[in-house]
Design a protein around this ligand. Structure first.
Ligand code: ARG
Length: 461
C-alpha cells in the first residue's frame, strides 16, 4: 500500500500497521455514500462562510473543489485509497490536494461522527423514496391483474386445504393492501430519518457559532436533532428501516411461495412467462420459477441484515464507537436486495397467466360445504348442528369417491328435511363466492368497489 499522510496523523510516531489499514478501512463499501457526503460538506462549507467562521471566498473555493471532486467520482475518475480509511477522508484529502491548505478548513466545527450519519441519512431518504416508488408500481400492477381476473374463481386455502371459493382478483387485492402497508411503514420511518445530525460534533456539540437550521434547509431536512449525543450515536432509525425491509421481504416471500405452488404441475393454476423462468441443465422438461425462489431465499439475508445491526448496537456504550461503521453494509445489501425483489415480483405479476379452467375446477366440490351449512342455519338450525350434518354429508360422499356437486336433493333430504330445491344453486362456486357481500368480502360487487377505490387512490384509469 502506498504511504499516504494520515489526516489524523499528528500524535502518532509510527505509521499504521498494514493489517490495521486493511482491517479498519470502509472506503471499499462506504464510497457508495460519496455524493451524499459531498452534499453535506457543501452545505457545511456554505454555512461556515455565511457565519464568518471561515472567509466567504475560502468557502467558495472549498465548494468549487468539492464540485470538481463530485464530477470526478461521477465519471469514475476518482482514485479511492484504502489507506485513507473511509469515504470522508478520501474526499477531504482530495480536496486538500486540489485546493491546498484552505481545504483543511472544511472540517472546522464538524466531526466524522456527525458527518457520517448525515450522509447516511441523506442516502436513506433517497432510497426510501426509491423503494416507495417501486412499491407503487407493484401496487398498480396488482390492481391491473385484479381487474383482469375478477371473473376467475379459485379455491382459497386455509392449512393449505381447500377452504372456500373466492374470486382470483380478491387474492391480488389482498397483496395490494399488504404492500400498501409496507409503503406506509417506510414513509412513517422517514419522519425519524428526516432530522439533521450535522452540527453535533464528535458528541457534545460545537464551539463555533454554527447555524444548524440553515444546514437543515440546504440539505432538505425538515428538523434539526435536539441532542448531540443522540445525533451521533443512535442508529434506531436504521434498524427501523431494516425492519421495514425485512417485513416487506416477508410479504414478497409469502407471495412467492403461493406462486411457486400454483406453478407446480400438481396445481397448474398459473403459467409463468418463459422470459422470467430458467431451465435445468440436466432435466429438459423443467421451467423453474427461480426469480420467485430467489426472492424467497433472499428474504433470509435481509433478516440477517436486520439482526446484524440489532446485535451491533446492543452493547454499545454511549456515544460513538467504531462498531457503528458496520451499520452500512447490511443496509446497502438490504436496499439492493429489496429493490431487486420488488422489481422481480412486479415483472412476475405482470406476466402471470392464470389457468382459469384448472382454478375453477378446484374451486367447487367440498369448498362449498360451508355454504351448505349456512343454508341450514338460514332455516333455523343452530350453526354447530348444521356443521355436523354437512360433515356427515361430506363423509358420505368421500366414502363413495364422489364430489359435492353430484349429490341429489333426495340424498340431501336424508340428512336434513330442511333441504329444498333452492339448495342446488349453492352447488356453484360462482354463486357461493358472490354470496359473500359483507364489506371486504369476495363478491364481485364488493371487489369492484375496492378496485374503484384503489384506481382513484393510485390515480390510474
Ligand atoms: N467510517 C466511520 C463510520 O462509518 C466514520 C466515523 C469515524 N469516526 C471516528 N471517530 N473514527 O462510522
Amino acid at each position: 500500500m502506498k504511504e499516504e499522510k494520515k489526516l489524523w496523523g499528528g500524535r502518532f510516531s509510527e505509521s499504521t500497521d498494514s493489517f490495521v489499514e486493511e482491517f479498519t478501512e470502509s472506503v471499499s463499501f462506504d464510497k457508495e455514500l460519496a455524493l451524499y457526503d459531498i452534499k453535506g460538506s457543501i452545505a457545511h462549507a456554505k454555512m461556515l462562510g455565511k457565519q464568518g467562521i471561515i472567509p466567504k471566498e475560502e468557502a467558495e473555493k472549498i465548494i468549487k473543489g468539492l464540485q470538481e471532486i463530485q464530477t470526478e467520482i461521477q465519471e469514475n475518475k476518482f482514485n479511492w485509497k484504502k489507506e485513507l480509511e473511509d469515504v470522508h477522508m478520501n474526499i477531504e484529502k482530495a480536496l486538500i490536494d486540489k485546493i491546498g491548505n484552505i481545504g483543511g478548513k472544511l472540517h472546522t466545527g464538524r466531526s466524522r461522527n456527525d458527518q457520517v450519519i448525515t450522509a447516511f441519512k441523506l442516502y436513506l431518504k433517497e432510497e426510501t423514496n426509491n423503494i416507495v416508488n417501486l412499491l407503487k408500481e407493484l401496487k398498480k400492477t396488482l390492481l391491473k391483474k385484479a381487474e383482469e381476473t375478477i371473473d376467475i374463481i379459485i379455491p382459497a386455502y386455509t392449512h393449505l386445504q381447500r377452504a372456500q371459493p373466492i374470486r382470483l382478483a380478491h387474492y391480488f387485492m389482498a397483496y395490494l393492501e399488504i404492500f400498501n402497508r409496507d409503503e406506509e411503514r417506510f414513509l412513517d420511518t422517514l419522519k425519524r430519518i428526516d432530522q439533521l445530525p450535522l452540527g453535533s460534533g464528535a458528541l457534545a456539540g460545537v464551539d463555533f457559532p454554527i447555524d444548524r437550521e440553515f444546514v437543515a434547509k440546504e440539505l432538505g431536512f425538515s428538523q434539526v436533532m435536539r441532542n448531540s449525543i443522540d445525533a451521533t450515536a443512535s442508529r434506531d432509525f436504521v434498524i427501523e428501516f431494516l425492519s421495514n425491509c425485512s417485513i416487506c421481504m416477508s410479504n414478497l416471500s409469502r407471495l412467492s411461495e403461493d406462486l411457486i405452488i400454483w406453478n407446480s404441475s400438481e396445481f397448474g393454476f398459473v403459467e409463468l412467462p418463459d422470459k422470467l423462468t430458467t431451465g435445468s441443465s440436466i432435466m429438459p422438461q423443467k421451467k423453474n420459477p427461480d426469480v420467485l425462489e430467489l426472492i424467497r431465499g433472499k428474504t433470509g439475508r435481509v433478516y440477517g441484515d436486520l439482526v446484524a445491526l440489532l446485535t451491533i448496537v446492543k452493547g454499545l456504550p454511549m456515544a460513538y464507537n467504531r462498531d457503528l461503521q458496520e451499520d452500512k453494509e447490511p443496509v446497502f445489501d438490504a436496499v439492493r436486495t429489496l429493490k431487486g425483489s420488488i422489481i422481480g415480483m412486479t415483472k412476475i405479476i405482470e406476466g402471470l397467466k392464470p389457468v382459469s379452467e384448472k382454478m375453477e375446477q378446484a374451486a367447487g366440490g367440498f369448498a362449498l360445504a360451508t355454504d351448505l351449512a349456512n343454508y341450514l342455519v338460514r332455516k333455523g338450525i343452530p350453526f354447530r348442528d348444521a356443521h355436523h350434518i354437512v360433515g356427515q354429508i361430506v363423509a358420505y360422499l368421500v366414502n363413495q369417491n364422489r364430489e359435492l356437486e353430484t349429490i341429489t336433493l333426495e340424498e340431501l333430504k336424508q340428512f336434513s328435511p330442511e333441504f329444498e330445491n333452492d339448495v342446488l344453486n349453492l352447488l356453484s362456486a360462482y354463486n357461493v363466492a358472490d354470496a359473500r357481500k359483507s364489506f371486504g368480502g369476495t363478491s364481485k360487487e364488493r371487489i369492484q368497489e375496492q378496485v374503484n377505490f384503489w384506481k382513484e387512490k393510485l390515480n390510474v384509469s
